[in-house]
Design a protein around this ligand. Structure first.
Ligand SMILES: [Fe+2]
Ligand SMILES: [Fe+2]
Length: 556
């Protein structure tokens, strides 16, 4: 026997304490019966359960179930006030005898809503639920067939069609803590538990239902508020991600695609029945945390200059400086002609001019070849070997004249950029691009994410980590990299390979991209299990059909 368990005091929650306090007080003061105290306790428990339920549909179902439970009502209907407060919408319909359970988790009810106003604009007092919603009054009727002042034609018609007999009815408006009526709870046919004989709703049950309705109204209001805030947060995050995507015509849509692919991979992991992911399951909260992390993974790019993100030529800053170079070469040509013409011997004009023309043609031919060379290496498509670097340096040293001052034809910065051995980015520019993950981390660290999103900053800013520890910014290794981050990283790489993310870069075909990813797995950069799932489940194919051009899809 567990000794501790035997001797430790019973654990009371706040609600238990409140109940004990309340029941002691009531039994002392008013002499409440044991049954009444039980009901109070039950109501208290229901209140706690309602405020704990986060799924709105389940919450609505729970309200009707519980209200029917303690009043022993055969039927129950829950109406929710529309946003424009002009009608009551059916949210839940339940009837035990008729075996009816509609709305809530079972889907939306398509019955037409109850209008709160008649066609002439007068309040619809004839409908009992509308009346309760408009006036805020409770209606307790022992037999609806004999009730005066309300129109129960619809109920009679329903009874005629189903063979049911609607009799006692309790209609309670649901008023929240802000005193707004947000819905109506309608209970039908209270029954004696043993005989199922229909009886009127007792005064005691009416007060209990009123109390439940007001707790339910607060729970619904809170639930909506939380969902509204969550929706707002997620929409806001997507808006920021879209703004980052919009910064570049080349990387446009990257964040959206990475997020969608990330979620597809996570769903496949959830579906895995065997293999390394058989025991792994992302619940709703974990999926949300992952989705938001993916949407925010390149957040830091908000500060990366566009001319670096999109730098398509070595000489590009906010424009391609090769045009400026061209102008300088033109100046060289003209200066040359002017100088040569000055030397023309007036005595032998014809002969001298011919010589000038010949020299000029040779000079411009060499010059144009040099310029062509510069324009060619400016594209960043060729690897710069020693010979090319030597030629570049000798061209750079050529002099040109501006306002009587002589300069190198290439500035130091232009020479540095054109010397880039591969691609168009200098080491400093690569560092600025890499820095986006530090910025992601810096920005997201400032945000007070709620508890269930507490890992967003970490998952998002670690997406350039590699399994072998060669990644950045943290240099994480192996299992130090959370699965969520590995998923985002794989999605990010696949999108970068298959998208036309730089003006000079041709997008890869599916088989080319997967081949490169295979190498990355061998080099221990990408998670091998994830890559296998990606291939085995053909996750790439659905994505390719959605996002790639038909020319890129060269495998199935
Ligand atoms: Fe990134
Ligand atoms: Fe990315």
């Amino acid at each position: 026997m567990d000794k501790d368990k035997e001797t430790s005091p019973p654990h009371f929650t706040d609600n238990d304490h409140m109940y004990i306090l309340l029941s002691n007080l009531l039994s002392e003061v008013k002499g409440f019966t044991e049954k009444q105290l039980d009901q109070i306790r039950r109501l208290n428990q229901i209140g706690s359960a309602l405020s704990a339920e986060r799924n709105l549909n389940r919450l609505l179902e729970m309200i009707v179930d519980e209200a029917r439970g303690f009043t022993n009502a055969d039927g129950g209907t829950l109406y929710i006030m529309s946003d424009d407060e002009k009608e009551l919408q059916f949210a839940i319909i339940q009837n035990k005898s008729l075996n009816v359970r509609m709305g809530g988790t079972g889907g939306t009810i398509t019955w037409p809503p109850v209008k709160l106003q008649n066609l002439d604009g007068s309040p619809n007092h004839a409908n009992v639920s509308a009346y309760a919603a408009i006036t805020g009054r409770v209606i307790n009727i022992s037999d609806v067939y004999n009730a005066e002042g309300f129109n129960f034609e619809g109920t009679r018609k329903f009874d005629a069609e189903t063979g049911y007999r609607s009799k006692s009815m309790l209609v309670v408006p649901m008023r929240n803590h802000e005193n707004d009526i947000i819905g109506v709870l309608q209970l039908l046919n209270a029954q004696i538990e043993v005989t199922s004989e229909v009886i009127p709703f007792s005064f005691e049950n009416q007060s209990m239902t009123e109390s439940l309705a007001s707790q339910a109204a607060v729970a619904i209001t809170n639930n909506r508020l939380i969902h509204d805030l969550e929706d707002l947060l997620e929409s806001f995050i997507k808006t920021i991600a879209m703004a980052i995507d919009e910064k570049s015509p080349y990387t446009g849509g990257h964040v959206r695609r990475v997020s969608e692919l990330t979620m597809t991979i996570a769903e496949k992991i959830n579906e895995s029945k065997k293999g390394p992911y058989a025991g792994i399951h992302f619940d709703e909260d974990k999926l949300k945390e992952l989705r938001i992390s993916a949407w925010l993974h390149d957040m830091g790019k908000i500060t990366t200059p566009e001319f670096i993100i999109d730098k398509g030529k070595k000489l590009e800053t906010i424009y391609d400086r090769v045009e400026t170079l061209k102008a300088r070469f033109e100046v060289l040509k003209r200066d040359y002609v002017i100088e040569e013409l000055k030397k023309v011997d007036t005595q032998k004009k014809g002969k001298s001019r011919k010589k000038v023309v010949n020299n000029y043609e040779k000079f411009t031919k060499d010059l144009e070849a040099d310029f062509e060379f510069l324009a060619d290496i400016n594209t960043g498509t060729k690897f710069m070997d020693e010979e090319m670097l030597g030629r570049l340096k000798s061209i750079a040293a050529r002099q040109w004249n501006l306002d009587g001052t002589s300069y190198n034809i290439l500035s130091d910065d232009e020479l540095y950029n054109l010397s880039i051995s591969q691609g168009t980015l200098t080491n400093e520019e690569k560092e600025i691009i890499r820095n986006h993950v530090n910025v992601t981390h810096k920005i997201l660290s400032q945000l007070p994410f709620p508890k269930k999103l507490k890992n967003v900053t970490y998952y998002a800013s670690a997406h350039h980590e590699k399994i072998d520890g060669a990644g950045y910014p943290f240099g994480l290794k192996g299992n130090q990299i959370p699965l969520q981050t590995r998923i985002i990283a794989l999605a990010d790489i696949f999108d970068a390979l298959t998208a036309k993310d730089r003006p000079y870069k041709k997008e890869k075909t599916l088989s080319e991209a997967i081949k490169i990813m295979g190498y990355m797995v061998k080099e221990n950069h990408i998670d091998v299990d994830l890559f296998e799932l990606f291939i085995k489940e053909r996750i790439y194919l659905d994505y390719a059909r959605r996002e790639l051009t038909p020319n890129q899809i060269d495998m199935v």
